[in-house]
Write a protein that binds this ligand. Structure first.
Ligand SMILES: [Fe+2]
Ligand SMILES: [Fe+2]
Length: 320
């Protein structure tokens, strides 16, 4: 981490966008200072009626995942080599700047959902509060290598899901919502490239340990950041599987996507070409190279329930 830290300022410049230049939630929402505000909101509410039940569930789940940002920031601040007490620590600066960019995602989605009139905001707010209070455990401990594998994977996963939501919204005529989710997915892709470069640089100087960390994370599977999701009155983690089934059912994020992300990481880090490894790391490399086809066979067998699961977040009666 100290080795990479000297380049963090350059990496911030390369991968994050200056605050005065980047988009803000208000760019994609009706302007409440304008006389057209009520007309614009009415249009959103009309267009929203065209979007199906499962779509709203997924958008809500995605928004809640984004709104649990305090969990992710505090987790990353605790990683070895990150030190917010040291004003000069480049990694703490990276985490703050990354958080500041990410914060716009939950913000804009939350406001749009509120205006849509399609969802039960109070139930959603309770789930968000629960999720932040419950925290998460992504199995990386404080290890930077494992954490950067996780973030490389996860940023790409959020790219996929926001991008697919954007496409559904656009196809159903909610163009503004489509644009919004598209631009969020662009942020996620940019962040993915940053974390993937961190890993790339570590591979150059410490290939054995980096390979073992990659294998460790894939062996235990990448836990989604919202894996503790619950609805009001329910036990921890009880809503996650149905949220995930819903995302699979409408093709927003599937087990096939999981395997494809793994394949992309293997290609990005040129795992197949790594030869300067010790015996243990060579075994890890071979394990990783064989993993996508093994997982693909499993993904084929997974059956997703056909019927929508009834969440408190979205009441079907309101969708008629
Ligand atoms: Fe995000
Ligand atoms: Fe992200």
């Amino acid at each position: 981490m100290q080795f990479l830290e000297k380049d963090v300022n350059a990496l911030i410049e390369k991968y994050l966008i200056p605050i005065d230049k980047i988009w803000q939630p208000s760019d994609f929402l009706p302007n409440s200072e304008s006389d057209n505000f009520f007309e614009d909101v009415k249009e959103i509410r009309e267009l929203s009626k065209e979007l199906p039940y499962d779509f709203w569930v997924v958008l809500v789940g995605d928004m809640i995942t984004e709104e649990a940002l305090p969990t992710y920031e505090s987790w990353l601040m605790d990683v070895e080599g990150v030190n917010q007490m040291d004003g000069q620590n480049g990694w703490a600066k990276w985490v703050r700047h990354w958080t500041a960019e990410e914060n716009r995602h939950g913000d804009v989605l939350n406001k749009y959902l509120y205006l849509s009139g399609r969802v039960n905001m109070k139930e959603i707010e309770k789930t968000t509060q629960y999720l932040i209070a419950d925290g998460f455990d992504i199995g990386t401990a404080r290890d930077p290598y494992k954490n950067f594998v996780y973030t490389s994977f996860q940023e790409l996963a959020t790219y996929v899901s926001h991008n697919r939501v954007a496409k559904i919204a656009k196809d159903k005529g909610s163009l503004q919502l489509g644009k919004m989710c598209k631009i969020i997915s662009g942020d996620e892709m940019r962040h993915h490239h940053a974390y993937a470069e961190f890993v790339d640089r570590i591979f150059k100087v410490d290939p054995n340990q980096m390979m073992l960390a990659f294998q460790y994370m894939m062996k235990q599977k990448i836990a989604m950041p919202a894996h503790f999701l619950r609805e009001s009155g329910a036990k921890i983690s009880t809503a996650f599987d149905e949220f995930s089934n819903t995302a699979q059912r409408i093709g927003v994020y599937t087990s096939l996507d999981y395997v494809e992300i793994l394949e992309k990481l293997i290609i990005r880090w040129e795992i197949d070409r790594m030869t300067n490894l010790n015996e243990e790391a060579e075994k890890a490399r071979d394990y990783l190279m064989a993993l996508p086809s093994r997982m693909m066979r499993l993904a084929d067998r997974i059956k997703i329930p056909e019927n929508s699961f009834q969440f408190k977040w979205v009441e079907p009666a309101r969708l008629k």
